[in-house]
Design a protein around this ligand. Structure first.
Ligand code: SAM
Length: 196
């Protein structure tokens, strides 16, 4: 239990975010200048809702966050966040309509993670599938010039993600945020300037 009550856990509690993961988004934004007022953002794997809250602060009232997750959430969001319970691999017509209505997006952010099995290769393979689906949705719904952030558990097949990312984005960068737990194998890749 102790490891969960670390600096970022306590900071998130103090600052009223439902999860410490918001600080990873803040680090990514500080480094790559991703979020701006008025943007439309697609947040994949959004529950319990820290990234959506953090992104909503930056895009402001004129922006919009379309957030989806397999799981529901009890987080209270500001009006610019629209949360829908949804599996990215099995998208409902309602979600497809929202993607069309609120898109194209300035930014797609994916913090999706599989429920871990403890078997490293299985977890990495599932994480890669989620990252590829997030990339697929970016390709369909990003504006030209838009950005993409994706979390992945690093594994030997990482080029399966990076090769198509390099084709779709002018720049591909990476960051392992300080706020990630040190034992975590997660890394974030950022695609900048979607070629469209
Ligand atoms: C680390 S959590 C996200 C935390 C979130 N970014 C926040 O700041 O509150 C990873 C999420 O990915 C979601 N997820 C996993 N597989 C998914 C799928 N197929 N479709 C949608 N969400 C998925 C999980 O339900 C989980 O809530």
């Amino acid at each position: 239990m102790k490891e969960y009550r670390d600096h970022y856990f306590l900071k998130a509690k103090r600052e009223n975010y439902p999860a410490r993961s918001v600080y990873k988004l803040k680090e990514l934004d500080a480094k790559f200048h991703l979020l701006r007022p008025g943007q439309h953002v697609l947040d994949l794997g959004a529950a319990p809702g820290s990234w959506s809250l953090g992104a909503a602060e930056k895009v402001g009232k004129k922006g919009l966050i379309l957030a989806c997750d397999l799981q529901g959430t009890t987080t209270t969001f500001p009006p610019q966040v629209i949360f829908i319970q949804e599996d990215v691999f099995n998208r409902s017509p309602e979600f497809e309509n929202m993607l069309a209505d609120y898109g194209p997006f300035d930014l797609v952010i994916s913090d999706m993670a599989p429920s871990t099995t403890g078997t490293k290769f299985t977890d990495q393979a599932r994480s890669l599938e989620l990252a590829l689906e997030a990339l697929h949705l970016s390709n369909l719904h990003l504006k030209q010039g838009g950005g993409f952030v994706v979390k992945i558990f690093m594994g030997p097949d990482i080029q399966e993600l990076l090769t198509p990312m390099r084709r779709l984005f002018v720049q591909v960068r990476s960051l392992k945020p300080k706020s990630s737990r040190s034992e975590s194998k997660e890394t974030f890749f950022v695609g900048l300037d979607f070629r469209g």
